[in-house]
Design a protein around this ligand. Structure first.
Ligand SMILES: Nc1ncnc2c1ncn2[C@@H]1O[C@H](COP(=O)(O)OP(=O)(O)OP(=O)(O)O)[C@@H](O)[C@H]1O
Length: 337
């Protein structure tokens, strides 16, 4: 079995009495792209800084392969952790040229020329090598920051909101390029972000954080399809909840019987994702179309059901009009809490 590259166990960080990171645990596999996702202030940057050695944890442990980064007895210096860090503000030295920035951390001077050439090619920076930082764009500066990080051959790269200063199209392109490079080079990475789409796009697995704690870890698909709580569901896509009474794998609700992912009993909340709903015209139903938005490939319907309003998607070819009565049937079993 492959051993994890990084093992984090019960990691905590305090600022005086305030607990910013509260006993988080996760493992990172070699070559894995991982993300810490959560709202501002949930502790993701502090966790990342603790892994890098820039913040001293108050408890727990961090192991990197057979090396201890941190535990009750050890606190390895940041520069001995073979870890690259990419910040939101690039942290480029303004007085050094692009190529000097890229080669800054390379210890073996005989390797400098080869690594520089490789990095310039890998990140498409060949024509900018001799320029100064103020002579290139924000996207190019971020590439320089990435090249400088990769030049020291880290086994792990930590990134704190590295794309948030770039426009959406450039951010997506750079994100995909970086992911491609990490995968090709076998580099493990942790991306800190508050942007769900970014986390889904980049990460093989991600951890959802709130108030210093990890609420759930999983692949993007697992977190979207099988969130453990309605709070986690609300991080991802459209989250609409109806109440029901469950018995086993079925719940009775205002729109009829609904199949549930898990076996529960009693009062429950059921998550209905718009794309998981089949909509059929039905005169006997008490669910009524209130609004229709044409969005090209699909139409988004607003449906009034007895206890709330629900959004559902249908193909834009579906013939349907405001006031129609419809039956709503989940296509697959629904998460319930
Ligand atoms: N040096 C510090 N001293 C005191 N409190 C701090 C310090 N650094 C962070 N905090 C607090 O710890 C909590 C977590 O901060 P952190 O920066 O890790 O959150 P975050 O999830 O990365 O947020 P953001 O996305 O806004 O950067 C916040 O409440 C913050 O105010």
């Amino acid at each position: 079995m492959t051993k994890p590259l990084l093992s984090i166990k019960d990691l905590s960080c305090h600022f005086a009495k305030f607990c910013a990171v509260d006993k988080i645990s996760f493992e990172l596999m070699p070559g894995e792209c991982f993300a810490l996702l959560g709202a501002s202030g949930c502790g993701k940057t502090t966790a990342l800084r603790a892994i890098a050695g820039l913040e001293t944890p108050s408890g727990g442990s961090i192991h990197h392969r057979d090396q201890t980064f941190f535990d009750a007895k050890t606190n390895l210096l940041a520069n001995l952790r073979n870890t690259g860090f990419i910040f939101q503000d690039y942290a480029i030295f303004p007085h050094l040229s692009i190529q000097e920035n890229i080669t800054f951390g390379i210890k073996d001077k005989s390797e400098k020329k080869n690594i520089l050439e490789r990095m310039l090619t890998l990140l498409g920076l060949e024509e900018h090598a001799k320029k100064m930082p103020h002579q290139v764009s924000g996207g190019q500066l971020q590439r320089v920051a990435i090249a400088r990080t990769l030049a020291i051959k880290p086994s792990l790269v930590l990134m704190d909101e590295p794309f948030s200063n770039l426009d959406a199209t450039l951010a997506r392109r750079l994100r995909n390029e970086i992911r491609g490079i990490f995968k090709a080079e076998g580099i493990s990475s942790i991306l800190v972000t508050h942007n769900q789409e970014e986390a889904f796009d980049f990460a093989d697995r991600l951890a959802v954080m709130e108030k210093g704690q990890i609420l759930q870890i999983g692949t993007p698909e697992e977190l979207y399809q099988q969130p453990h709580t309605s709070q986690i569901a609300s991080f991802f896509g459209h989250c609409q909840i109806i109440s029901g009474k469950a018995q086993g794998h079925t719940a009775t609700t205002s729109i009829g019987e609904i199949l549930l992912q898990k076996n529960i009993s009693g009062k429950c909340e059921i998550l209905l994702r718009p794309e998981n709903l089949r909509i059929d015209l039905s005169d006997e139903s008490s669910s009524i179309i209130k609004d229709i938005r044409f969005l090209g490939a699909r139409k988004e319907l607003t449906i009034q059901v007895p206890d709330t309003q629900i959004f559902a998607n249908v193909s834009s070819r579906t013939q349907i009009k405001i006031g129609d009565k419809v039956k709503i049937t989940p296509i697959e079993a629904c998460p319930a809490f």
